[in-house]
Design a protein around this ligand. Structure first.
Ligand code: NAP
Length: 247
């Protein structure tokens, strides 16, 4: 087990990619705090599965876009676990519209969860990681932040912002035992992708050299690699998991 004795928090750990990451970290021996904002039964299910593996799981409800709520969550997690080693900033949403139709509220909502949320959750744990001289932060970005997309100006901007944040923090924290990396999935089979009409899905598949969408588990394995000792020499990276969509 590569993460025995480690503690982790996964934002948006109740569903999709975050759920797979939470379970994969626990499989490698980590105790995991499962963050969610609305899906309590789904988060409980993840926590139960982690419990069955013999690991500790705690539910950590907070809206990542709300700084005071996130601060309160961090205090609860630190009280329960004593310390935090691994932070995975995964929570994210999309709200797609062409720019002409995109209103300010939709822009702010996506930026506040996808970008401000990463600031908030990192901010509330970083002093403790610095004090312990160890930390692993992984931010989930997206191929859309790398190439842009029709109807996703808000989402693309948020993810490109997280990628730049990742590199800046990696430089600032490298001397303190903390690595900061990003994983940039392409199109992955989750509820987020299920919302896309079949016609568009088929067009997307044509553009993916591996001719299939990714799985949440494939993204989770990359996160485990980066936060375990295998990834100790990696910082400031944005690892693409996209079936060859961008090369
Ligand atoms: P998903 O299935 O829609 O799950 C989203 C997760 O984020 C849920 O756990 C949700 O919690 C949580 N969340 C949403 N708003 C939140 C908030 N304000 N505070 C705390 N948690 C919040 O999405 P997914 O496809 O797994 O995506 C996960 C991450 O991967 C996102 O950052 C997404 O942008 C990125 N990504 C996804 C794909 C893809 O194709 N699926 C591709 C590239 C990148 P509740 O369950 O409580 O609502």
């Amino acid at each position: 087990m590569k993460l025995k004795g480690r503690t982790a928090l996964v934002t948006g750990g109740s569903r999709g990619i975050g759920r797979a990451i939470a379970l994969a970290l626990a499989e490698e021996g980590a105790d995991v705090a499962v963050n969610y904002v609305a899906s309590e039964p789904a988060a409980q299910d993840v926590a139960q599965n982690i419990g069955k593996m013999g690991r500790r799981a705690i539910l950590a409800r907070a809206d990542v876009s709300d700084y005071p709520d996130t601060f309160r969550m961090a205090q609860d997690v630190l009280r329960e676990f004593g310390h935090l080693d691994i932070l995975v900033n995964n929570a994210g949403i999309n709200s797609d519209k062409t720019f002409v139709k995109m209103d300010h509220a939709s822009w702010r909502k996506v930026l506040s969860i996808n970008l401000d949320g990463v600031f908030n959750c990192t901010k509330v744990f970083i002093d403790q990681m610095i004090a312990q001289g160890y930390g692993r932060v992984v931010n989930i970005t997206s191929v859309i932040g790398q190439i842009g997309n029709f109807g996703q100006a808000n989402y693309a901007a948020s993810k490109a912002g997280v990628a730049a944040f990742t590199k800046s923090l990696a430089k600032e924290l490298a001397g303190k035992g903390i690595t900061v990396n990003a994983v940039a999935p392409g199109f992955v089979e989750t509820e987020m992708l299920a919302a896309i009409p079949d016609k568009v899905r088929n067009k997307l598949l044509e553009q993916i050299p591996l001719k299939r969408f990714g799985t949440a588990e494939e993204v989770a394995r990359a996160v485990v690699y980066m936060v375990s000792a295998d990834g100790d020499y990696i910082t400031g990276a944005e690892v693409s998991i996209n079936g060859g969509l961008l090369m």
